[in-house]
Design a binder for this molecule. Structure first.
Ligand code: PLP
Length: 226
C-alpha cells in the first residue's frame, strides 16, 4: 500500500489506477518547485503548467529531462517564451495561435507537438474549437503547410458537473471526432494518437472514453488554494 499522505504516495496511487498506455501529466501549476521535485524523485517526468511565467521559472530551476506540457490558454504574444523548450502545447484553441506557434517554432528550428482543444463543455467560458470548426479547419487543408507543428491529437475538458452521464457524453464526442479525423487525415500517421482528457475528478470516465493522456493536479499535489 502506498502512503497517500505524501506526494509520491498519491502519485503512485494515481499511476496504479491508470491502464498501460495512458500518459500521466502531473499538473503542478501554483505548486512550488520542491513539490515538483518530490514527484520527480518518484519518477515523474511529464509536468503540466498553465501560466507562462511560472513555467519559464520552473523550467530554469528544475531538472532538464522534465517534459513540460503547456496546458492552459496561451496568448499569442507569449508563445515565444516557451517554444524553445516545451514538449507539448496541449490547448491550441485557434488558428491564429497555431500559426503563431508555427512561426516561432520555425525560428527555433523545432517541431512542436500540439493538441487541438475541442470545446465540448456546456460552459461558455471554456476555450476551444467546436466540432464543426475543427472539421472545416481540417477540410481547408491549410494545416498541411505547417512544417513546425506536429498535430498529435485532441484535448478536451468536460463540463464542471456532478452529472457523470453528461461528462461521459462529452468525452465520447471528443473520442468520436478523434476517430473521424484520424481515419480521414492521419490514417498513415502514427503521431496523431493523443486523446488528452480527464482531470482529478473525472479521469476514470475519461479513460473509459478513450483518453490516453490525463492531466491530474489536485489528486497528486493537493488543493491549490486559490
Ligand atoms: C488545472 C488543470 C488540470 C488539473 O486539474 P485538477 O482538477 O487539479 O486535476 C487539468 N487540465 C487543465 C487544462 C488545467 O488547467
Amino acid at each position: 500500500m502506498s502512503n497517500e499522505s505524501t506526494i509520491s504516495g498519491r502519485l503512485y496511487a494515481v499511476r496504479d489506477s491508470l491502464p498501460q498506455g495512458v500518459t500521466l501529466v502531473a499538473v503542478s501549476k501554483f505548486h512550488p518547485e520542491a513539490q515538483l521535485l518530490e514527484a520527480y524523485s518518484a519518477g515523474q517526468r511529464v509536468f503540466g503548467e498553465s501560466h507562462v511565467q511560472e513555467l519559464v521559472r520552473k523550467h530554469e530551476q528544475l531538472p532538464s529531462d522534465i517534459q513540460w506540457h503547456f496546458i492552459g490558454h496561451l496568448q499569442t504574444n507569449k508563445v515565444k517564451y516557451i517554444v524553445p523548450f516545451v514538449s507539448m502545447i496541449e490547448a491550441v484553441d485557434s488558428w491564429r495561435l497555431l500559426t503563431e506557434i508555427e512561426k516561432h517554432a520555425a525560428r527555433a528550428c523545432r517541431v512542436i507537438p500540439v493538441l487541438l482543444e475541442l470545446h465540448v463543455a456546456q460552459e461558455q467560458t471554456k476555450y476551444g474549437w467546436s466540432v464543426d470548426e475543427l472539421r472545416s479547419m481540417f477540410a481547408s487543408g491549410e494545416w498541411r503547410r505547417l512544417g513546425h507543428v506536429s498535430i498529435d491529437g485532441l484535448m478536451a475538458m468536460a463540463s464542471f458537473t456532478d452529472d457523470k452521464e453528461q461528462v461521459r457524453r462529452e468525452f465520447s464526442t471528443a473520442r468520436a471526432l478523434f476517430e473521424e479525423l484520424k481515419s480521414t487525415y492521419f490514417a498513415e500517421e502514427e503521431h496523431f494518437s493523443r486523446c488528452s482528457w480527464g482531470m482529478s475528478d473525472d479521469y476514470p470516465i475519461a479513460v473509459e472514453c478513450g483518453s490516453n493522456m490525463v492531466r491530474i493536479g489536485t489528486r497528486i499535489f493537493g488543493s491549490r488554494g486559490y
